[in-house]
Ligand binder design. Structure first.
Ligand code: IMP
Length: 501
């Protein structure tokens, strides 16, 4: 006879946290959201080799995680997993772009040669919208630097016809410049001391490398939690599949990827086990997560196969129709609770701590706090990030409101059939995801800060200062349908309704 779980499966909306004692030191400024990403032997006193400063990762999806979003999220302290449903070359190039990105160091996109005319200069400025122009020998971004010209250097109506850039630019001999290798803080100092608006950075041969602008120089102060590797490059992840990993993994490692995850709708499979074992045998330094699973058996299987972290969630994603199409899945809260228990048992037995990630189905900000309290070390979000300026999709107006496009990896639009690979030659025959819009919400920085602020305040209400303390001490209650209704404004006529995220 089939096995029946005794309890129905629940989702985050059905739970609340009960406050604990809040001591005088339990204030938002003292809360740390630092969290482990990959397995480590905690009992032996090892430290986790990869941690995040906030428990947020972005989904392995075309409509969510490209290099632009990856930089924006790493600035805040989290990790993007760049989508794998693209060629190996393109994915590796995205990873390489994140690793090459230097906050505050801009590759100049508006460049001119000294013998060009001011009329040409004005038309160039109109095209790019940038009024600080690097003058280089060949007019290229990395050409030999000869000067800088800005709109303040000339008055076009007062200039002779055919006037040349060289006559009006600030020439190299009068420019304050710096050599490549300096830090943003050092560049900042030079900018302030010399009262200049931009600082060109050149290589040993005098070729232009970057411009640092006064307005960007404060980037680090604005992003105190930014997630950097030992060489001060942004940390980035990438999704892989169970088919071409022997070619994809080395390309991603070469590009500098820090962590990868097998991206699949269902990970309790021989294919994931083989991929984990093959990858770890060939590249022992590679960090590879696996999933998704929704119960203790799935967790144990992937833990023993060597997964560095394990993702939880089947059918809960906002664009997901897996449950309707195939009848598999489980309420996200119940799945997280059971997998967290299995993770704790595994740790007791082996001393090895395997971080777990609650993936999909986060609708409100407080769902993140609940997922953490239930034992998740971090969450993975698609819809949430798809709404921001930095996501790769189009911003449109639909029915008078700004929206962004958001589609599932299992939709006809993404056609990521490898994600649903169950072996054999036959391709995928039906969709497991939809193509949709999400309300446009503005910048990642502003939205994430609000979400984090809510999490931190809730943690103070619960009397805890860290995620492990929350996991240990949280008191969680299941709600009746009537108490769920009681939870939002009721029996009043709301004037300016505030929509909770
Ligand atoms: P969301 O944050 O609720 O939008 O869920 C995002 C998660 O949904 C991803 O991280 C994936 O695990 C999952 N997902 C992505 N595309 C699909 C799909 O087409 N069908 C089912 N699940 C998907």
């Amino acid at each position: 006879m089939a096995y029946f779980f005794e309890e129905p499966s629940h989702t985050f909306d059905e739970y609340l946290l009960i406050p604990g004692y809040t001591g005088p030191d339990c204030i938002p400024a003292n809360v740390s959201l630092k969290t482990p990403v990959v397995r480590y032997n905690k009992k032996k006193g090892e430290t986790c080799p990869l941690t995040m400063n906030i428990p947020f990762t972005s989904a392995v999806m075309q409509s969510v995680s490209d290099d632009k979003l990856a930089v924006a999220l790493a600035k805040e302290g989290g990790i993007s997993f760049i989508y794998g449903s693209q060629t190996i070359e393109n994915q590796a190039a995205m990873v390489a772009r994140v690793k090459a990105y230097k906050a505050g160091f801009v590759t100049s996109d508006t460049n001119i040669r000294p013998e060009q005319t001011l009329v040409e200069l004005v038309s160039l400025i109109e095209q790019t919208g940038h009024s600080t122009v690097a003058v280089t020998e060949n007019g290229e971004a990395n050409g030999k630097l000869l000067g800088i010209i800005t709109e303040r250097d000339y008055r076009i109506n007062h200039c002779a016809e055919g006037a040349k850039v060289s006559e009006y630019m600030t020439a190299l001999k009068d420019l304050v410049k710096a050599e490549d290798g300096i830090t943003l803080e050092e560049a900042n100092e030079i900018i302030w001391k010399n009262k200049i608006n931009q600082l060109p950075i050149v290589d040993k041969n005098g070729n232009l490398m970057y411009l640092v602008f006064r307005k960007d120089a404060a980037s680090h102060t604005e992003h105190p939690l930014e997630l950097l590797d030992a060489e001060k490059r942004y940390i980035v992840g990438a999704g892989i599949n169970t088919r071409d990993y022997m070619e994809r993994v080395p390309a991603l490692l070469k590009a500098g990827v820090d962590v990868m995850t097998l991206d699949s709708s269902e990970g309790f499979t021989e294919w994931q086990k083989r991929a984990l074992q093959d990858i770890h045998a060939k590249w022992p330094e590679a960090k590879v997560g696996a999933g998704n699973v929704v119960d203790a058996d799935g967790f144990r299987f992937l833990a023993e196969a060597g997964a560095d972290f394990i993702k939880i969630g089947i059918g809960g994603g906002s664009i997901c129709i897996t449950r309707e199409q195939k009848g598999i899945g489980r309420g996200q809260a119940t799945a997280t609770i059971e997998v967290a228990k299995a993770r704790d048992e595994y740790y007791k037995e082996t001393g090895i701590y395997i971080p777990i990630c609650s993936d999909g189905g986060i609708v409100h900000d407080h769902h993140v706090t609940l997922a953490l309290a239930m034992g998740a070390d971090f969450v993975m979000l698609g819809r949430y990030f798809a709404r921001f300026d930095e996501s790769p999709t189009n911003k449109l107006i639909v029915n008078g409101s700004y929206v962004k496009e958001y589609w599932g990896e299992g939709s006809n639009r993404a056609r990521n059939w490898q994600r649903y690979d169950l072996g054999g030659k036959k391709g995928m025959a039906f969709e497991e995801g939809v193509d949709s819009y999400v309300p446009y919400a503005g910048s990642l920085h502003d939205n994430l800060n609000t979400t984090i602020s809510k999490i931190i305040h809730t943690m103070c209400n619960c009397g805890v200062l860290t995620i492990p303390e929350l996991q240990q001490n949280a008191k969680i209650t299941l709600l009746s349908p009537a108490s769920i209704r009681e939870g939002s404004a009721h029996d009043v006529i709301v004037k300016n309704s505030i929509k909770a995220n």
